[in-house]
Design a protein around this ligand. Structure first.
Ligand code: C2O
Length: 347
């Protein structure tokens, strides 16, 4: 059976562990609500295009910063508040909920839920940002790390006076330091040119070579299952590599980006995941295993009917299903077209 939306009234403190700092319990349960709306695809008059973060103009940036500021200024117990939104990730990823069985915690990573969960998470985040500035057409940026000019932390996130800034990041990885999409905790001494080459071949390998749904998305994960049956190509790399590269190794739990519980406290998280989400769209547009055939997502109803709960821009609790997240255009958004250099980059 599909993974069912969690019961918020049963949410428990989350568990955070590291070898050096031990285990702590963190409170990240959302405000409770018994009034659950079944999500209906939205009405909209035009598609919102998420822009690449390194090329937005100042007018866009001002709006984005205003929206983030307002989100941070919401009352602490408002489910749309910045910290509450970060805690959504914590509760779903650090054992706040059960997966249909008291002995099995829900973990939306390391399985076929990775892509749809994060798509929904960002969808509501973006709606909330739009609400903050009364602009239902507002689209959040994506960190275009798969293209050479995007392979540094986008400038807008590194101004200490900006609501997009986060001080818990690796101080050695500030611009112009180039991102390593293969990062596993140790610095590679590669020239800029070789690093770009290496990054583009990571992209090619992960995106072009993994043609089936399970290679791309990860392994089946159903109600009552043990967590973490196995992750898909992109989740592993570059997704996790980027988290580790941004997080501050000097913090006890590699905060913020380096740990599930705190990753959403860094505004950069959402730009990172926006690009991860964009990869799902691109992946589906590439040629499939059989000549002339497209790539397809799972048809398994246990995947399609898996559901999650998220608060929307009006602080109403929505129950969403994976099946409604397969096409971003049905959700009213798509991505700015930019060059995809790794497509031609067969290593
Ligand atoms: Cu839910 Cu990038 O982690």
């Amino acid at each position: 059976a599909p993974v069912a939306a969690p019961d918020l009234s049963l949410c428990e403190k989350s568990t955070v562990t590291s070898k050096s700092a031990g285990t702590i319990k963190v409170a990240c349960c959302p405000p409770k609500s018994t009034n659950i709306i079944d999500f209906k695809p939205p009405k909209f008059s035009k598609i919102r295009y998420r822009p690449a973060a390194h090329i937005v103009d100042s007018e866009y940036l001002d709006k984005f910063k205003e929206a983030m500021e307002k989100m941070k200024a919401l009352p602490e117990d408002d489910p749309r508040n910045f910290m509450q939104q970060a805690n959504v990730h914590c509760a779903y990823c650090n054992g706040g909920y059960d997966n249909g069985d008291q002995n099995q915690e829900l973990q939306i990573h390391f399985s076929w839920l990775f892509y749809p969960f994060h798509r929904w998470y960002l969808y509501f985040y973006e709606r909330i940002l739009g609400k903050m500035i009364d602009d239902p057409n507002f689209a959040m940026p994506f960190w275009n790390w798969d293209s050479p000019r995007g392979m540094v932390i986008p400038e807008m996130y590194v101004d200490p006076n900006s609501p997009l800034y986060d001080e818990k990041r690796n101080e050695n990885h500030q611009p112009p330091k180039m991102l390593d999409l293969d990062y596993a905790g140790t610095e590679e001494e590669l020239s800029k040119r070789d690093l770009i080459k290496s990054n583009l071949s990571v992209m090619y390998r992960q995106m072009v070579s993994n043609k089936t749904a399970s290679l791309f998305h990860g392994q089946p994960y159903r109600t009552g299952d043990k967590p973490s049956p196995g992750m898909g190509a992109i989740e592993n790399n570059p997704h996790t590599a980027v988290h580790r590269w941004v997080g501050d190794k000097k913090q006890p739990y590699s905060e913020d980006m380096g740990n599930f519980y705190s990753a959403g406290r860094d505004p950069l998280f959402y730009a990172h995941h926006s690009n991860v989400d964009r990869m799902w769209n691109i992946w589906k547009s590439l040629p499939g295993k059989k000549p002339g055939k497209k790539r397809t997502d799972f048809a398994d109803t246990d995947w399609l009917d898996s559901s999650f709960l998220f608060y929307d821009e009006n602080a109403n609790l929505n129950r969403v299903k994976v099946r409604d997240a397969l096409d971003t255009r049905n959700l009213g958004y798509d991505y700015q077209r930019v060059d995809i250099p790794w497509l031609k980059n067969k290593p």
